[in-house]
Design a protein around this ligand. Structure first.
Ligand code: FES
Length: 255
């Protein structure tokens, strides 16, 4: 159940190079939204909307937060909007993460611009979550204080060692997986990262859900640009990342 409307931007911040955070007043969308879903934004002058993952849901205040990177002309246009402007949004869309309040320990793994959708999960799990985030370098790091505020334990990695651990997110995650006691892993980021995490989870028998949002195009089931080979009940089928996902159980995805 999604709606389309024009909503007011109540806050705008540049949080890293070419990465923006918007807070949007949209009570009915916030009421319906859950972690892992996305919003579909229409940039001025463009017909195709741009899918952007949800980074924060405040049902009491009736706001959503989105964090996105300028990746082309459409997102550059969206980034020009300011506090007080209206944003045209179709939301919330897609199939989100499965939440379980009986879990005692979960690991959230975000790579680069795949980190924002992990934040609502940290808000849900709080101290039960370990949030591992990986970035290219120190200047690309985002949201670490937001994760700390949720009570989650944070582990930061950078490819070049300019902040946190020098290396990929899979290194600290391998250690955690060996220690055991993890009820679920949630991840979003580049495909090679997701593939690596899915393999570690399989090896250790850990339930794993991944968000394949990088694979999305139109976002509404119109372009077939998001087909993904999956298997369910031993049957192979092409799933639409935008409608059946963006979140999938890792074991269902045929890489
Ligand atoms: Fe176009 Fe899914 S992104 S059909």
């Amino acid at each position: 159940k999604y709606t389309q409307g024009q909503y007011i931007i109540t806050d705008k911040k540049a949080i890293a190079c070419e990465i923006y955070s918007f807070t949007i007043a949209c009570p009915e969308v916030a009421a319906a939204a859950s972690p892992g879903q996305f919003v579909h934004i229409r940039a001025k002058g463009y017909t195709l909307r741009r899918p952007i993952s949800i980074c924060g849901i405040d049902k009491d205040k009736g706001t959503l937060r989105i964090v996105f990177e300028i990746r082309g002309e459409g997102t550059a246009e969206i980034a020009k909007l300011n506090k007080g402007d209206l944003i045209d949004m179709l939301a919330p869309l897609g199939h989100g993460f499965t939440l379980n309040d009986t879990y005692n320990k979960v690991v959230l793994i975000g790579g680069g611009i795949g980190t924002p959708p992990m934040l609502p999960l940290a808000a849900f799990y709080g101290k039960k979550a370990v949030a591992i985030s990986g970035f290219r370098n120190a200047s690309a790091v985002i949201l670490q204080n937001d994760f700390i505020r949720t009570g989650a334990e944070t582990i930061l990695c950078t490819d070049d060692g300019s902040a946190g651990i020098h290396g990929f997110v899979t290194q600290p995650f391998t250690e955690l997986a060996k220690q055991g006691g993890i009820d679920a892993v949630y991840a979003c980021g580049p495909m090679p990262m997701l593939k690596g995490i899915a393999a570690i989870c399989k090896e250790n028998g850990i339930f794993c859900q991944i968000s394949l949002e990088e694979r999305m195009a139109c976002g509404i089931g119109a372009c077939l640009g998001c087909a993904c080979r999956t298997v369910r009940n031993d049957e192979e089928y092409f799933a639409h990342v935008c409608k059946d996902g963006p979140v999938f159980n890792a074991e269902e995805v045929l890489w």
